[in-house]
Design a protein around this ligand. Structure first.
Ligand SMILES: [Zn+2]
Length: 537
């Protein structure tokens, strides 16, 4: 029997500009059927319909995370937690890795995630020697919180034949000591993959074990849709895609997933004629993912002017302009969406030049190419993105998590004020989304919205007041704008007749609560396609 539900007595923030507010709605099957006042909707109630009293609670469209790494996050459940949340010192990190190593079969890799050299009391990178103290028998691979650096022990270097003789790879660096011996630190995909390519992928069944747990985690934060970005980054894309497909076939996939896939792996789909938009309302193929620099706190973002703490260092572009131009032209001409990772202003400039060139050669009306993170976009970049129809997805959580260190350590106060220029983008009328980049920062759209509205750093400083935006605009970035990023604004992103019945019930109304208290709003229930997946009404 088709599900029929009537929801009454709510404060419904619809994000539909034609009917911005409502108190009630009707759902038939997996869609909103009618949205309006209690009186209008109550008339539709009959014996067949389930009636839910929202008790004055606030309802928002299901929240959509437009850049994060859900499948990578899921696999962290199988790894040592090396993040500052779980550890204060390198000694603590070693204990975490040792506990996992003790549970790991002798010839298997021991993996860890989330290490942050700037937030650990030792204030330095891990070394091969640190990890050798944990184990010399088992290979160890630890990913930095930025995912742009990794640390390995001697066994890992030995197995993968990376040593003093290994030449520096394109798009990366094997950090070596004064004698030319690798220290265990690997920078950027070019170097990380020298080791990473030898680590067996997680199996389909391992992904199927941990993905539902990750999805439950997302539901707790009101998330009903996500871009799982850069599938294939440092590993095989096949297992994760197959796991998602099987979960969908088994009726277990109850979060809408849009897959962006790294270019090396996308080529195979491209050859088969598959592309952006292929799939279902639960599992859809997204765009091609490219990388043009690293991260600011890893000192690998490509800047125009040097880093504050290392003025001679400006960070490298990952791809030469010619290679980037060719790749962008290829996928742009084929009608596919392209999402490029670029943090530093020099990387953003390079990506915009490639996109402008492709658009000039092969004009396309509705490509919706995305610039991911886009933290140091200048006013000129913003104007050019607007002109080109490029959507930046800003990594606004940086203001809270790294804002203090961007000001004092990496960028200096002037450039730090400008990171994630939301206010400047609003002024220019440029549409954008926001994201958490989980597992880089926690996935919690309410907290990201709080950061966009308040721009308060960890130490309580206000960083870049001119770049703050209103709560309503911040909410747009996680609903209708995020739906636009996947060409799905006609089926989701607002509470509107005919759209998928995805929504979240909140403990408070973000539009009326005091701005400093937005982060304290809890998600009380999450519904996907008319089905309650978390909490209660
Ligand atoms: Zn990312």
């Amino acid at each position: 029997m088709i599900l029929r539900q009537i929801y009454l007595n709510g404060k419904v923030i619809t994000m539909n500009s034609k009917v911005p507010e409502a108190t009630a709605f009707e759902i038939i099957g997996d869609r909103f059927w009618a949205v309006g006042s209690d009186d209008e909707i109550r008339k539709m109630a009959d014996d067949q319909a389930e009636v839910v009293d929202l008790a004055g609670k606030t309802v928002v469209p299901g929240l959509i995370e437009s850049h994060n790494h859900m499948s990578i996050y899921a696999t962290t459940m199988l790894q040592a937690d090396c993040s500052p949340n779980a550890n204060q010192s390198i000694e603590d990190v070693k204990i975490q890795i040792r506990e996992l190593a003790d549970r790991t079969k002798a010839d298997h890799w021991v993996k860890g995630w989330g290490y942050d050299d700037t937030l650990i009391s030792d204030n330095r990178h891990l070394t091969r020697a640190d990890l050798d103290e944990v184990s010399k028998q088992r290979p160890i691979f630890i990913l930095h919180v930025s995912a742009h650096l990794a640390y390995v022990n001697s066994k890992a270097l030995e197995i993968t034949d990376v040593g003093p003789q290994t030449p520096q790879p394109d798009g990366g660096e094997i950090h070596k000591d004064e004698n030319g011996v690798p220290t265990g630190l690997l920078l950027e995909p070019g170097a990380i993959n020298l080791v990473g390519q030898h680590i067996p992928s997680y199996t389909v069944s391992e992904f199927k074990e941990v993905l539902p747990k990750a999805i439950r985690h997302y539901h707790q934060f009101g998330i009903t849709g996500t871009h799982d970005a850069a599938i294939g980054y440092g590993g095989e894309a096949g297992e994760v895609c197959r796991a998602y497909r099987e979960l969908e076939a088994e009726g277990i996939l109850n979060l809408r997933v849009y897959l962006t896939i790294v270019e090396e792996q996308y080529q195979r789909l491209f050859e088969l004629g598959l592309g952006t938009g292929f799939g279902s309302n639960f599992l859809k193929l997204g765009g091609v993912k490219l990388f043009q620099d690293g991260s600011i706190q890893a000192l690998t973002a490509a800047l125009t002017d040097g880093y504050l703490n290392k003025p001679d260092l400006k960070g490298d572009l990952i791809l030469s302009q010619e290679v980037l131009n060719d790749l962008v032209e290829k996928y742009h001409s084929a009608g596919l969406q392209i999402a490029v990772h670029a943090n530093g202003d020099r990387a953003i400039e390079s990506v915009l030049q490639a996109l402008e060139r492709a658009q000039h050669l092969r004009p396309r009306g509705d490509h919706r190419h995305m610039l991911i993170h886009c933290q140091l976009a200048s006013d000129d970049h913003i104007r050019r993105m607007k002109k080109l129809g490029v959507i930046p997805s800003y990594f606004v959580n940086h203001v809270y998590y790294w804002g203090d260190r961007h000001a004092s350590l990496f960028l200096g106060p002037e450039r730090a004020q400008r990171i994630d220029p939301l206010g400047s983008s609003m002024k220019e009328g440029l549409m954008f989304s926001l994201h958490s980049d989980l597992p880089v920062t926690p996935v919690d759209p309410i907290f990201s919205i709080h950061n966009a509205v308040n721009r308060t750093t960890r130490s309580g400083e206000l960083l870049g007041p001119a770049e703050r935006i209103s709560v309503f605009e911040a909410l747009k970035t996680y609903t209708i704008n995020a739906a636009y990023c996947s060409f799905e604004e006609s089926i989701k992103g607002s509470i509107e007749e005919g759209k998928l019945a995805d929504f979240a019930v909140l403990s408070e109304n973000p539009l009326t609560v005091e701005s400093g208290a937005i982060k304290d709003i809890r998600v009380e229930a999450t519904t996907v396609g008319g089905r309650l997946v978390y909490g209660s009404y």
